[in-house]
Ligand binder design. Structure first.
Ligand SMILES: [Cu+2]
Length: 123
């Protein structure tokens, strides 16, 4: 019978599988930033796939807010109270300067306000 031999072979295989599972879980963090992170800069908003981050932004009067597209699908920044608005686009940036105080709500014309909406509060 070759049973004892096959047992000796299967034991190291188990160890290898366990090590592979353990190593793939935690420490392999990539050094690139995650797409949901807001871009650097004070008045920046990320346009991701079906979200704005942060969705609520507070800025001072006269500030310029810059939206940066980071997803794979087209989105827009379209204000409820009128433009300037962005186009429906997949990459690039859109900037708008807010000269007057107030709350400016906006949404994505591709996905609708129920899926993608945000506000800029100017004070
Ligand atoms: Cu969208």
């Amino acid at each position: 019978m070759t049973r004892p031999r096959s047992k000796i072979v299967t034991a190291p295989l188990w160890v290898t599988v366990l090590m592979a599972v353990a190593c793939s879980g935690g420490d392999g963090t990539p050094s690139q930033p995650s797409p949901g992170d807001p871009p650097p800069g004070g008045n920046a908003v990320t346009v991701g796939d079906n979200f704005y981050n942060p969705s609520a932004k507070s800025v001072g009067t006269g500030s310029t807010v810059t939206w940066t597209w980071s997803g794979n699908n087209p989105h827009s920044v379209t204000f409820d109270a009128g433009g300037p608005n962005s186009a429906e686009m997949t990459t690039g940036t859109f900037a708008r300067t807010f000269a007057t105080a107030g709350t400016f709500s906006y949404f994505c014309t591709v996905h609708g306000a129920g899926v993608m909406s945000g506000t800029v509060t100017v004070q």
